[in-house]
Design a protein around this ligand. Sequence first.
Ligand code: SF4
Ligand code: ZN
Length: 726
Amino acid sequence: MSKIVATLAIKGAQDLYKQASDFLTKAIKEKGPEQKIGFPETAFYLPMANALLGAKVEALKDALPILEHAKSLIKEPPSEKVWLPYLGDALDAGMAALFCEEIIVALRYLYGIEPEKDCVGFCTDSILRQLGIQLVDGRMTGVALILGAAPDNKKAVEIVRQLQEKNILIFVGSSTNGRSIIDQLLEENVQMGWDNYIVPYGRDTISAISVLNFAIRSALTFGGIKAGQAQKCLLYTKERVLAFGLALGAVDEIKVATGAGAINMGFPVIADTDIPEIKASGVTTYEALVKELDYGKIVSRCLEVRGVKVKVSNIPIPVAYAAAFEGERVRREQLYAEFGGKASLGFEFIRMGDSSKIEDGKVDLVGPDIDQLPEGMKSLPLGIYAEVSGRKMQKDFEPILERQLHRFLNYCMGVMHIGQRDMNWIRISKDAYAKGFRLKHLGVVIHAMLHQEFGAIVDKVQVTLYTKEDDVQNVLVQAKKAYDERDERLSGMTDENVDTFYSCELCQSFAPNHVCVVTPEKLGLCGAYSWLDAKAAYEISPTGGNKPITKGQCLDLNLGEWHPVNDYIYQHSNKTIERFCLYSILNCPSTSCGCFECIVAIIPEANGVMIVNRDYSGMTPLGMTFTALAGSVGGGAQTPGFLGVGKMYISSKKFISAEGGLKRVVWMPKELKEILAEKLKNRAKEVGDPDLLDKIADETSTTTSEGLLEFLQKVNHPALTMPSLL
Ligand code: SF4
Ligand code: ZN
C-alpha cells in the first residue's frame, strides 16, 4: 500500500522541486539575488521554512538553501521489489513538496500573479489571530482543506453546507480535470469569505500551501513554540489544529505529495475515490489516508477520522442553524424584511422575571407577521422582549444573556443581526422567508439557545415579539431604564471595591501558559471578557475557563501586584510565570496569548508608549506594523515593554497606571482615537489635561520616530516631562 503512495508522493515532490527551482532561477536572473520576497502581513517570513527549519527567507538568495534541503528529502522511488513497511520516504517527500510549494507561491506574489481571481491567497497573521479566538471558544470546531471538485455542483454545495453546519472552517480550491470546487460554489451563488467559513485559496494544488502555512503558524503564534523546533511544531498541529484534507475526484502526483505533507502535520486525508488506504500511522491520531465513496457519509467520516467533536443543536426552525452562518450577510437583493437600524424602531431586551408568571417555551407575537407586510413595505417596528427565570439566575446576568442574542439570531441561515439593545438591526432573506421562516422563529431560537448554553442558570424562558409601533414604544421605555441602570452598575465598579478577581484560561487550548486576570477595571485582552462576564461565566459553569482569585494580600498597589494572584499564575502557567503586575507594562507585565485587540509598546526616545489596534495596517513610529509587532508579543509569554490589551482598558484608570497611565500615550491610530474619543476625553479631564487627546499623535501627524518627537515637542506632550520610563 504505502509503496504506491510513496512512489506517487516522490514523483510529485520531484515535479514540484523542478518547478520551484526553475522559477527561482528565472527570478534571480530577472530581479537579482537580493530581491526581497515574502508573503503579505506576516512576521514569519516563509512560514513553513521558518517554523520547521528556523530559516528567515527575506531575499531570493535565501530560498536557495531551502530548495537544497527539500531536494535532500526526496529519495528515489522504491523499486518494484522493495517492500516499504513505513511511511518515511513518502513523508519526507511530503515535506519537500511543502517547502517547494511555499517558494513557488512566494514567487507568484513577487510576480503579482497571486492571489488569483476570487481567491484570498495567503492568510495574514491578523486573520490567523482573529480565527484563533473562534477555535478557542469552540465556535469553530475544525478546519477542512478541500482539494478538487465534486462530481456535480449540487454535491459540492451539499458537502460544504454539511461542514458549515458542523462549524468547520472550510478552505476550498485545487481542481480535478480542470474543474475547481471554487467555480462550482460560485456558480451556485454560495457566499464565500472568512465570515462565511468558506475560504477559496486558489485553483491549483500548489496554492493549498497557504492553508498549511496558516496551520503551521498557529504553533508559533499560539503555542509559544520557537521557529526551528520542527518536532514541537508538528506535534502542536497534530494535537491542537483539528484539520483534515478532503480530496474530491482523481488524485494526481502533486496532490499525493501535498497530502503527504499534510499527513506529516497530523492531518489525515479522506478521498472520494478508490485509493489505497493507510491505517494508523502514529503520525496522525487515527488513520492517515482513507476513502469514502458515499457522499452521504463523507463529512461524518472526515470528522470521525480527525476526532472532531460536534455539539449538535436541533432547533425546530425551517432554516439551517449553526455558528458558521454567523458572519453571513443578507444583501439588499436578498432582503425580504428588516427591522431596527435605519429601517424601523427596534430593540432587544432580556430581563429576569417572576418565575410564577413565566411560561417556559411560550412565544407570542403581538401584531402583524412578515407575511402580512403592508403593500410594498419591507419593514415593521420590532421589539424583542425575553423574560427568564431560574433558581441561579441573577440580575447581573441579564446583559450577558442579552448579548448572546447577536450570536443566536445570526446562526440562522438567512438571518442577519447587527448591534445590540435599541441599536439593533435585523434582516431576513427571501430564501429564509420562502422556506417558512417567520418572526416567531426568532423567539423559538432564543428559547432553545438560552436553555442549551445557559441551562445552569436558566429554567424558564418566555419571549414576546411586538410589531405595533405603540407597543414597541411602551416596552422600550422600560428597556431604556434598564440599560441605564446596567451602565451605572458597571461604571461604578473599581478594583478596590471587589475582593475577587477572575482568571480566564480559555486561550490555553492554544497558548498553554497564558492566563488573563480580569478585574473590574481591566478586561481580558481579547475585549470579550469583562469582570462581570467572567464572574457570570464562573457561576454558570464553575469548572469552566474562568475561576475566582481572592485578592488577599497586596504586595504593591501601584504595580497592581497581589500575593494570591502570583500564586495562581504560577500554578496555572505551568510554573513558567512567577510574578504578575496587573497595572504595569515594564515590571512583570501580563502575558499575551495572541487575541489582543491592541498592542501597547514603549517608545523609549519619546519617554512614552504607543498603542496600535488590530485593524490598523499601516506603519507605526516603532517602524513595525501591528502584524510585525504581534509576532513578538504572543504565545503566552511575558514581554516587558510590550502589552496586549483590550480596547476598553485604554480608558481605564488602571491603564498602565504604574507608569503614569494615559499621559504616557504618545501615538495611536486615528480610528482608535475616534472609537474611544468620548471615554478618553473624560479620562483626560480626570487626569487634569483636558486637551490630552489632541496631543497624542496619529498616522496623519507622523509615522516615524523623528516626526513623533517633533510633534510631541510642538504640542508640549506631558510624557516629555514625566519621570524617565527606563
Ligand atoms: Fe483568551 Fe484572555 Fe480573552 Fe480569556 S480573556 S478568551 S484568556 S484573551
Ligand atoms: Zn487568546
